[in-house]
Write a protein that binds this ligand. Structure first.
Ligand code: GLN
Length: 539
């Protein structure tokens, strides 16, 4: 078993350059050459995890099988690699300090003064090598969040500097991602910001081995030579990352640029196996040659921010490509919807997804939208809060329980069709205390869900505190809303569906987290298919 090799990805010049996509694309290419590869992300903020962060702050919170609330880049890692990540793949400064302070309280530092170097950096280094030390991986790629030069990134950069000495340059390399901006007034690409960024990294004792340059225009030979000369990297290690039509093009663009070969050579790994990207290319061909165009409404309260529903949007891309359908996701702000304007606001949509969420803002709009699509036989898919709202809508408008509500929205409601889970009643802390991660679910024979999954038992990821109140199950059931997926141990309803509707499914869990390029999620596949059918018959 060869020793695990480490690749660190740092960013400079600006944030949002797409370190996650570059890391995932490189991992994808290495994996396509048969190397077992994983990716982890170290985030320099003080929150212990992003679970307590508002989507406006940090986009979607991605949940792993083992119940970790993580950065949305882990979603990209799973979607690109088709492998599962875990708590170990995402570490924050908050978690590092929490661990070190706990050790200090236990007296583990034997009376020493606890300091950033070596105690914090040791903890960082240990975690950087945790997945590698399992012996499961040939290559571990570590993305360092933030931008070099930030005060809060310094301990991470220092840890990487130390690791390079300890592991040796052939086992540990650094890729630096920067921006090469185009100045239209001068009609020129500018290398200076990259030079400065590389210099900042050098001040911390790290010489980048590879430069990946984000750019809107092709880098000329002159620019590449100049970057190599001023930034101390080999000419072939100056990699252009030009804006792509889709993030899923990036692995192929990186292959063209030779990023994988450069990395393999630096790590003294053989470069003779051709990457097998047949399935990936087949996906791209389907993605780019749709035979139909459909419009699906996404109702939520964070719709103005694309990153808030990242995994849902990506799941539609995977399922759309598999169905050879271009899915246009139309954002619908839940606060804008009323019973009177749904017909107008939802006109021209071939399906509706009501998104996950927290708190009461916009929920009456969601309920109005659900009523509209239920009554008009438009395909409906409710996820988590979307499922809970579907239950409330059905209880109010079909069963006739006019004041049905969720305890989350109205603590004193007399008809809590959505109630707090028992295990949540004693919970005081907000962070990491929801029902999280993978739980089993048994599917009712003959149900739509069972036909879609073609299985009797599934496991899906959760992130919620409230649940369908089983006291109302019989009433809902007798009026046509059935719980067709149930947790076998607790009896919690995980899926509801309406038989008499062409496609009406609500799920308490988050199927979007498990959709990947090579294995689109069955519910998204079936939903897109139903919307496509609706579009064919209703256009
Ligand atoms: N707010 C709801 C709950 O906690 C739904 C959560 C969600 O949509 N992720 O149960």
């Amino acid at each position: 078993m060869p020793k695990t090799k480490y690749v660190f990805v740092t960013g400079g010049v600006t944030s949002s350059l797409g370190k996650g996509i570059i890391s995932a694309s490189l991992a994808n290419l290495l994996q396509a050459r048969g190397l077992k590869t994983t990716i982890q992300k170290f985030d320099p903020y003080i929150n212990v995890d992003p679970g307590t962060l508002n989507p406006y702050e940090h986009g979607e919170c991605f949940v792993t099988d083992d119940g970790a609330e993580t950065d949305l880049d882990l979603g990209h890692y799973e979607r690109f690699l088709n492998v599962r990540t875990s708590q170990a793949n995402n570490v924050t400064t908050g978690r590092i300090y929490q661990t070190v302070i706990r050790k200090e309280r236990r007296g583990e530092f034997l009376g020493k003064t606890v300091q950033v170097i070596p105690h914090i950096t040791n903890e960082i280094k240990e975690r950087m090598q945790l997945l590698g030390s399992s012996g499961e991986y040939d290559v571990v790629i570590t993305e360092i969040g933030g931008t070099v030069g930030d005060i809060e990134s310094l301990p991470y950069i220092e840890a990487v500097r130390q690791l390079r000495w300890e592991l040796g340059r052939e086992n540990c390399i650094v890729i630096h991602l920067t921006l090469v901006p185009y100045l239209s007034a001068a009609a020129e690409l500018k290398t200076k910001p990259t030079q400065h960024s590389v210099k900042t990294l050098m001040e911390s004792g790290i010489n980048a081995d590879v430069l990946v340059c984000r750019t809107e225009h092709e880098l000329s030979d002159d620019i590449r030579n100049k970057l190599a000369l001023f930034c101390n990297v080999k000419r072939e290690a100056v990699i252009q990352s030009i804006d792509a039509e889709t993030i899923y093009d990036v692995p192929l663009l990186m292959l063209e640029e030779g990023l994988d070969s450069v990395v393999l050579n630096l790590l003294a790994l053989p470069d003779n196996i051709k990457p097998d990207l047949e399935n990936w290319k087949a996906f791209l061909t389907r993605l780019k040659n749709p035979k139909q165009h459909i419009r699906i409404g996404l109702v939520g309260k964070y719709v103005e921010l694309q990153d808030s529903y990242k995994s849902i949007l990506e799941a539609f891309i995977h399922a759309g490509a598999a169905n050879e359908v271009k899915v246009e996701v139309v954002s619908v702000h839940s606060e804008d919807l009323t019973p009177e304007n749904c017909a107008e606001n939802l006109k021209g949509l071939h399906g509706l997804l009501v998104a996950p969420g927290f708190g009461s803002r916009g929920i009456e709009g969601k309920i109005s939208a659900i009523r509209y699509v239920r009554e008009n036989n438009i395909p409906f898919f409710g996820i988590c809060l979307g499922m809970q709202m579907a239950v409330i809508e059905f209880a109010r408008n079909v069963v006739g329980i006019k004041d049905a509500n969720s305890i989350e929205m109205e603590a004193q409601t007399l008809n809590p069709v959505i109630s707090l889970m028992d295990e949540q009643k004693e919970v005081e802390n907000k962070g990491g205390t929801m029902r999280l991660g993978a739980w089993d679910c048994a599917l009712s024979p003959g149900s739509r869900a069972q036909k879609i999954y073609q299985k009797d038992a599934i496991s899906e990821r959760h992130r919620h505190r409230y649940e369908l109140n089983n006291t109302y199950l019989e009433q809902l059931n007798s009026h046509g809303l059935k719980a067709t997926g149930v947790n076998p141990e607790t009896g919690l309803a995980e899926i509801v569906e309406i038989d008499s509707h062409p496609w009406f499914i609500g799920v308490q869990y988050h199927p979007e987290y498990k959709s990947t390029v090579l294995t689109p999620h069955p519910l998204f596949l079936a939903f897109v298919q139903a919307c496509s059918q609706y579009a064919k018959t209703n256009n």
